[in-house]
Design a protein around this ligand. Structure first.
Ligand SMILES: [Zn+2]
Length: 304
């Protein structure tokens, strides 16, 4: 059975493991992402994690999911990778292949998570699929005809920067009114703060407070669901995927707090009738989606 090493490079943690072709994580380990020093320290940490796994499992191919705009298949960082600012214009794939002497596949972390759900999670058997990852930010990926849709240079499928409010809230990308500025952990906290809520309270706690009928939190969560509904409706109206998956930390809010109100909102907004309400569904792999997907990118494309 084929195996590969998957690496999910996160803002605070590097999740590294060995993935088997049937989707099982044979072993995995989380490391702190080196936040002091240069981008090269992060790459050295990845090399060291891979070498530790290779000592036990041999020279397996490697798949890496990284934040930011990653050109595919070259693995060149085009921008928006906060941990690796000095790596813009350079290829992660080339660096890692030189250091490790095995084939390496590098893709955007949201693409990796989407590929993981498609190959081993909640989207197995689908051919057209959109995934939104609601964490601190808003990541997104799309499978079209069984392949990751990346757009020219890999710059596509950034649903987070779909403009949903003209002259709206400022986004990290420098524009105004992007979906991510409302529909993300940061966006929800901002909605709460703008209504006078506590600055220190984070996304999940705001959902808890809304469930306890705190008016400011209820208003913030209502805005979150409304904006998510607008974004999802735009995606469904334009792309008509078989399924739209929602993953990331906020998806743990579950059916009653998140999915049921979202489906109601989308049904009210859609131009075309929402014939298949179960098409909006929760991702299945949780925080390991990126690791599993990165491993599968290596299994599917490098392990022939
Ligand atoms: Zn933006």
């Amino acid at each position: 059975m084929k195996h590969a090493i998957g690496i999910d490079l996160g803002g605070t943690k590097i999740n590294a493991g060995v993935i088997r072709q049937d989707g099982v994580i044979v072993t995995s380990q989380r490391y702190e992402t080196p936040l002091e020093g240069s981008g090269e320290d992060i790459l050295k940490a990845i090399v060291s994690a891979v070498r530790t796994l290779q000592a036990d499992f041999g020279a397996l191919p490697v798949g890496v999911g990284s934040p930011g705009l990653i050109e595919y298949p070259s693995g060149v960082i085009l921008g928006c990778t906060p941990n690796l600012p000095d790596w813009q214009g350079r290829s992660l794939k080339q660096y890692l292949e030189n250091a490790l002497q095995v084939p390496v596949q590098v893709d955007n972390d949201a693409n990796a998570a989407t590929w993981g759900e498609f190959r081993a999670g909640a989207a197995q058997g689908f051919h057209h699929l959109v995934m939104l990852t609601l964490g601190t930010g808003l990541g997104s990926g799309m499978i079209f005809n069984g392949h990751i849709l990346r757009g020219f240079h890999g710059l596509g499928i950034g649903f987070g920067h779909m403009i949903v409010e003209q002259s709206g809230r400022f986004c990290n990308c420098g524009q105004q009114g992007c979906l991510e500025a409302y529909v993300s952990g940061k966006g929800l906290a901002r909605s709460y703060q703008l209504r006078g809520g506590d600055l220190a309270v984070k996304g999940p706690e705001i959902f808890d407070r809304a469930a306890r009928q705190e008016p400011l939190a209820q208003a913030a969560v209502n805005e979150f669901i409304h904006m998510l509904g607008v974004g999802v409706t735009n995606i469904l109206n334009t792309l008509a995927p078989e399924a739209l998956l929602i993953g990331g930390g906020i998806s743990a809010q579950g059916e009653e707090r998140l999915f049921a109100p979202l489906r109601t909102k989308v049904a009210a907004l859609m131009s075309m009738p929402l014939h298949h309400p179960p098409m909006i569904r929760a991702a299945a792999l949780g925080p390991d989606a990126g690791l599993i997907g990165a491993g599968f990118l290596a299994i599917d494309y490098l392990n022939e």
